[in-house]
Structure formats: structure tokens, C-alpha cells
Design a protein around this ligand. Sequence first.
Ligand code: GAR
Length: 202
Amino acid sequence: MNKTVIGVLASGRGSNLQAIVDAIEAGRLNAKIGAVISDNPNANVLTRMADTDIPTICIDRRQFSSRQEFEAAVAEELNIHHVELVVLAGFMRILTAYFIDRFGGRIMNIHPALLPSFPGENAQQQALDYGAKVSGCTVHFVDEGMDSGPIILQEAVPILEDDTADTLSERILHAEHILYPRALALYCEGRLKLEGRRVRII
Ligand code: GAR
């Protein structure tokens, strides 16, 4: 079966990207990373990929006068690298309808909470502040809302009595590293079927 070409957008540390690279190398994910794009010139994710042959591109948001111009540059780079699926891995920008229309149904995100609870920033702290006993992570398709697209996979992570945002984030991150490659593998195997808001695994 042909490898699906994925393009990863990331703003920071890049541990989810690393988990995806590891899953490909281990043969658990039939994909090829066509490009890694960061909007942040100081992102660790850029140095993390330095020893690989994966094209790594920085598109600095500050060099564009509008969101649409920035997104057009990102989309152009993804197209140059023949990207079929856009994977957001710690990408800290909200994409506009302009970008989502161009890659409609072909953008995935991972969020560190059990959506629809605790969307947006600082999801782990939100779960602690709310007093939830369970949180986790969600892989979903991206739509125009904030973390509101159809849910593909979720994994629950218990919240412990003495958890801080850091300890909870670390345990959730561990679950993310397993969940994201698994969701991507389902996509690459053609096993995700969207019916309304529901993603059926076939
Ligand atoms: C991950 O916890 C991811 O779920 C979160 O940022 C972190 C990125 O870590 N994403 C969001 O909060 C998106 N709203 P990483 O750079 O090590 O993969």
C-alpha cells in the first residue's frame, strides 16, 4: 500500500512529532513525513529534526501582515511537498476557514483533554481547576471551531490527588504519544469513515 504523505505543523517541543517518526520507523504507521513546518523560529521541533532528511521549514508568522497570507505560505509549502494529510502537533495557532477549506477533512489535531471538555489553552490546568477526576487526550479532525471537530480517538488519564499541571501534563503526554500514531495509522489504512459528526472505525 502507498505511504500517505503527512505534513506536520508544530510550534514547540515536538515530542508528538517524535512519536510519529518513531512509529513510522517501527513499521506501525505506513506514512512518510513530507515536511515539518513551524511558525516559531525558536521551536525545539526544528532542531529535533536536524539530523533527519525530513524537510523542515520555518514560516515565521511575524513576517506576514495577515493570517491569510501566513496560511497561504503554509499551504503552498505543504503542496510543494505533496502533503495529503496535515497533522497539527502542538501547533499553537488557530487556523482560519481559508486554510481549512483548502485541506478540508484532511487536518488532524491532538488536544490534551477529553473533548468537548476543556478546549483551548492550558487544558490540563482547566481540568485541575474544575476538579475533574479524569482527563486525557483526544485526536480529532479539525473544523473551523476551537477543538470542536469530529473525534477520532480518545484516551482517559486519571487525575491524582497530588497532581499539578506539570505532572498531569506529563502523564497525558505519554498517552498522546501512543494515541496519535494509532489515529494516524487508522487514517492511512483508510479505516476512518466520517458520518456527520461521528467518525466510524471500519
Ligand atoms: C501537547 O500536549 C499537545 O496536546 C498540546 O501541546 C503539546 C505539544 O507537545 N496541544 C495543544 O494544546 C493544542 N491546543 P509537543 O510539542 O511535545 O508535541
